[in-house]
Every structure is written in structure tokens, then in C-alpha cells.
Design a binder for this molecule. Structure first.
Ligand SMILES: Nc1ncnc2c1ncn2[C@@H]1O[C@H](COP(=O)(O)OP(=O)(O)OP(=O)(O)O)[C@@H](O)[C@H]1O
Ligand SMILES: [Mg+2]
Length: 332
């Protein structure tokens, strides 16, 4: 493992069942770098949670190896557990306990020293804006409040690596935004964060790199920008006009900046690998021939477009179990 890497998977495979065998994780290899927010993105049943459960030492792989920091997960699970924080897909908060007591109980399990623990709990409650709810039972919390509490709980002992399995599933847009802020804040404390999600906007917004998983396999891994650049079509630029000069189209075409161009209903539709960088040159061609533009828009491909390109399917059309709401099934 190089100094840059903090997690390494080598041909990791997990097969469940005897009669009905399911290859939940299928020969997956990749590295996670120190300090990054790494996203595992894929439809239901892709194998994301299984991968997280192997890395967090809850289950053993069928074959292959995984290192967390310098520790191999099956040989040194105790050492792995000491440096990770985990927020599982389904909530494990105790709804009958207060926010403070949930953190306190967990901190004691983690052997955080008592004097340190109290200070740490208040610090984390403040970070999540839950200070004034410290002594309320978690059963009275909204889904977003519960999720934020659960995420910082995993951070009580300042782990090197934080695993968040579907941190925002079932949350409304405002709560999701708050959880995103929380995750970013924890990442600025130099924690490496591995999160799973099937929300593309979440992966795109938070993650330095995204691994696409589908049916147990790793199908692509890169930064969000590079994933999009790999799409053959690139960005779409639409420029509206009232009257066009016949020389504009050939001039744009000959510039060599664009991959295709067509004129339709007083709009030029241009596709280009990097829309933002070629736009000024295109605008200057309109200006050169004194053609006024009535509108300009750029549509960049989304991470969803990438997934469709890679698999031929939409991300939400995966088979398998249904997503579970955050906050636990015991909510009253
Ligand atoms: N304990 C188990 N026993 C048998 N099969 C399992 C077990 N855990 C997971 N699987 C199967 O492994 C596959 C991958 O499941 P996993 O939970 O890892 O997917 P996921 O990507 O996390 O999906 P989701 O987005 O729904 O959380 C599924 O087909 C699932 O049914
Ligand atoms: Mg899962």
C-alpha cells in the first residue's frame, strides 16, 4: 500500500447461499485514497452494503483480500475496528434514549475516556445543531435529525475512516442538504469517507471519486468530471437566434472545437467535449458575423447519463430489495 492509499481491495468476492447462490460482490479491486470522499454508486442489490460489511469486518469475503490502512480485514479485524467509524444502512439508534445518552452509550462501547467523551459529545451535538435537543428522546426526532446524530456518533472516537451506508436515504431535500454539509464538515477533519448511495446528485456533489457498481461488479471508477468526459456526446450547447448568417455554421464547424452541430427552429445545437471552454470561441464567431444571440444554454451530462451509457439502464431500475427509510423501523 502506498502512502496515498488507505484502503485496498484485491479481487474481492462474496457469494451468499448454497442452493441459490448470489454473487453479491464479484471480483472487485480498487483503492481508496487518504482524505477523499469516495462514493459507491449503484442500484438496489448492486453489492454496495455487502462491500461495506466486508470492509468493516462484519462478514468475511468468499475470496480476495481487503486492507484497511495496513490491516487485512480478516486477519486483524480488531485493529481495523479501532480506526473506523460505521453508520449502517438501517439505523441502530436507541429511540428510547436521549440524543446525549445515545452518544454516551456508544462512546463507552468504544472506550472513549470519560472526560474526553463528555466534551466530545457536546462538540458533536453543536456541530449537528442538536445542542438544545440533547436531552430529548430520539423517538421525537425527525428522520434528518436522527441521521445526523447517527453519523456523528460514528465519529465519536475520531476514526481515520468513516463508512456511511446510504446516509440520506428516505430524507427530504432539506434534511439531505444538512446531512451533506455534515459529511463535508467531517471530511475537512481529514477523515477519509466512504459512502454508498443510489442518489446520483449526492455522489456528484460530495464525492471526489465515484465507483459505479452493478450486479456485484465494479463497472467504472473515476472523478465525476472524468466520468462525464468519457461520454462520447459531451456537453450540449444551444444558441438561439432570429436570423443567422450562412457563414456561422461552417466557421464553427471548421474551428475544430465541436463534435457536432445542427440547426433547428432558430437554435444551433452544438455538442462539444468541454462546453464551457469552447463557448467563448463560439460566441466570438457569432459576433464576428454580427449575428445577435437570443439565448445560450449549456447542458452538461449528469452522472445518471454516465450510468445509462455504461449499463444501458436507468439507475433506479435495479432489481432487489427495496430501500429502507432512515431513522429505523421502530419510529413511532
Ligand atoms: N446475508 C445475505 N444472504 C443472502 N444474500 C444476501 C445477503 N446480503 C445480501 N445479499 C444479496 O446480495 C446482493 C447485494 O446486496 P447488497 O445489500 O450488498 O446490495 P446494495 O447495493 O447495498 O443494495 P441497496 O441499494 O438495496 O442497499 C443482493 O442480491 C442481496 O439479496
Ligand atoms: Mg445497501
Amino acid at each position: 500500500m502506498t502512502g496515498e492509499q488507505i484502503i485496498r481491495l484485491e479481487h474481492l468476492t462474496k457469494i451468499f447461499g448454497n442452493n441459490h447462490r448470489v454473487t453479491a460482490v464479484d471480483d472487485v479491486s480498487f483503492d481508496v485514497r487518504k482524505g477523499e470522499i469516495f462514493g459507491l454508486l449503484g442500484p438496489n442489490g448492486a453489492g454496495k452494503s455487502t462491500l461495506i460489511r466486508i470492509l468493516t469486518t462484519l462478514i468475511a469475503p468468499t475470496s480476495g483480500t481487503a486492507y484497511v490502512d495496513q490491516y487485512e480485514v480478516t486477519r486483524e479485524p480488531e485493529s481495523v475496528r479501532a480506526i473506523i467509524g460505521v453508520c449502517p444502512q438501517n439505523s441502530t439508534l436507541d429511540l428510547e434514549l436521549t440524543a446525549y445518552d445515545n452518544l454516551d452509550f456508544y462512546g463507552q462501547l468504544l472506550n472513549v475516556e470519560e472526560t474526553v467523551l463528555e466534551r466530545r459529545i457536546w462538540e458533536l451535538l453543536k456541530m449537528t445543531d442538536l445542542t438544545d435537543r440533547a436531552n430529548s428522546r430520539v423517538s421525537t426526532f425527525s428522520g434528518g435529525m436522527r441521521r445526523k446524530l447517527e453519523i456523528v456518533r460514528a465519529f465519536l472516537h475520531r476514526p481515520l475512516i468513516l463508512f456511511l451506508d446510504e446516509p440520506t436515504i428516505g430524507l427530504d431535500p432539506d434534511s439531505r442538504f444538512e446531512v451533506w454539509q455534515q459529511i463535508t464538515r467531517l471530511n475537512t477533519e481529514k477523515t477519509t469517507i466512504i459512502l454508498t448511495t443510489h442518489y446520483m446528485d449526492e455522489a456528484e456533489r460530495l464525492c471526489n471519486r465515484i465507483a459505479f457498481m452493478d450486479k456485484g461488479k465494479l463497472i467504472a471508477l473515476d472523478t465525476p468530471e472524468n466520468h462525464k468526459r468519457a461520454l462520447p456526446a459531451g456537453d450540449l450547447i444551444d444558441i438561439g437566434f432570429d436570423h443567422i448568417d450562412g457563414r456561422v455554421l461552417p466557421a464553427i464547424r471548421e474551428s475544430g472545437l465541436v463534435t457536432s452541430i445542427e440547426e433547428k427552429e432558430k437554435t444551433l445545437r452544438i455538442s462539444a467535449k468541454n462546453g464551457n471552454s469552447v463557448l467563448p470561441a463560439i460566441i466570438s464567431i457569432f459576433e464576428k458575423f454580427s449575428v445577435p444571440m437570443t439565448s445560450i444554454s449549456i447542458h452538461s451530462p449528469s452522472i445518471e447519463d454516465v450510468f445509462i451509457y455504461l449499463t444501458g439502464r436507468k439507475l433506479d431500475s435495479g432489481e432487489g430489495e427495496q430501500p429502507q427509510p432512515a431513522g429505523g423501523g421502530k419510529a413511532s
